[in-house]
Design a protein around this ligand. Structure first.
Ligand SMILES: [Zn+2]
Length: 104
């Protein structure tokens, strides 16, 4: 299955803040791809608060969100805040595969 990840980085100068807006599918490989982006974004402005917003992602895997939340504590990188919905959306592409496989 082809999970696609989209990222938009927004900077605010005063007060310094970096927001990484994530769209598409949040999976474990996607979280690994996000890390260098978070690192680079945090270096653009010093002492910036960093927020990773996955609230509008179309698909979020629970293990990926748990891993992202673990990394947000600052393990091996800058600490950051994660904004996520309470109900995690499943992949629309997976739903298509299920409907094609039904015997209706
Ligand atoms: Zn997906």
């Amino acid at each position: 299955m082809d999970h696609k990840l989209g990222v938009t980085v927004r900077l605010t100068i005063a007060p310094p803040a970096v927001t990484v807006d994530v769209s598409g599918c949040v999976t474990l490989p996607g979280v690994n791809a996000l890390l260098p982006i978070i690192h680079r974004a945090s270096r653009i402005t010093e002492r910036a608060t960093i927020t990773v917003d996955v609230s509008t992602a179309r698909h979020i895997d629970q293990p990926a969100l748990e891993y992202l939340s673990f990394l947000a504590t600052g393990v091996g990188s800058e600490p950051f805040t994660v904004l996520a919905p309470k109900l995690l959306p499943s992949c629309p592409d997976a739903a298509k595969l299920i409907s094609y496989g039904s015997a209706v």
